[in-house]
Ligand binder design. Structure first.
Ligand code: K1U
Ligand code: ZN
Length: 178
């Protein structure tokens, strides 16, 4: 298991459309173990493989509370098969856009089909935070970020802020190396 670096806005790799997993092998199991370690360390309630630079359709989720037993869930090749017309507004955050939170409107309920780590097919019905989190993570594997669902004004502002921070970090790194 290894703690992996989480890509941050404006890293272009966050816009890649992830490839379906063809075979669930030792490589995928190691990837999932790294994703859980990285997600729990962040901490976060979800993570898509593309956020650690692996453009494969793999998602981890754990909605358990701090004082509860962990409930790790893995979704391989997840697909939304149903989305309700009724919507809900939730405040969202993203480990790739740290310390930025905004309300997002999405379908209240979704059904998601996916494979588990044994390659077994499942379909889950989700509502509330679980539905929000699954939609957020499925967006990630399609190269979509939650800021794509907010106003252009707010989106442009946050992209500008993170682009400036990334440039400053690059300059500092160059100075240290020189
Ligand atoms: O995909 C990600 O970037 C992870 C993201 C998932 C998410 C959060 C909120 C709504 C939808 C999807 C996060 O986990 S951000 C961190 C966070 O929300 C959190 C962290 C610790 C405890 C509770 C929440
Ligand atoms: Zn995210």
């Amino acid at each position: 298991m290894a703690l992996r670096e989480i890509l941050k806005l404006p890293d272009k790799r966050l816009r890649l459309v992830s490839e379906p997993v063809k075979r669930i092998d030792a490589g995928i199991r190691a990837l999932v173990a790294d994703m859980f370690e990285t997600m729990y360390d962040a901490p976060g309630i979800g993570l898509a493989a593309v956020q650690i630079g692996v453009a494969k359709r793999v998602v981890t989720v754990d909605l358990s509370k701090k004082d509860e037993a962990q409930e790790p869930r893995v979704f391989i090749n997840p697909e939304i098969t149903f989305a309700s017309a009724e919507t809900a507004i939730h405040e969202e955050g993203c480990l790739s856009i740290p310390e930025f939170y905004e309300e997002v409107e999405r379908p209240l309920q979704v059904k998601v089909k996916y494979l588990d780590l044994d390659g077994k097919a499942h379909e889950v019905e989700a509502e509330g935070l679980f539905a929000t989190c699954l939609q957020h993570e499925i967006d990630h594997i399609n190269g979509v970020l939650f800021i794509d669902h907010i106003s252009k004004l707010k989106r442009d502002r946050v992209i500008k802020k993170f682009t400036k921070a990334a440039k400053a970090e690059k300059t500092t790194k160059k100075k240290v190396e020189a």
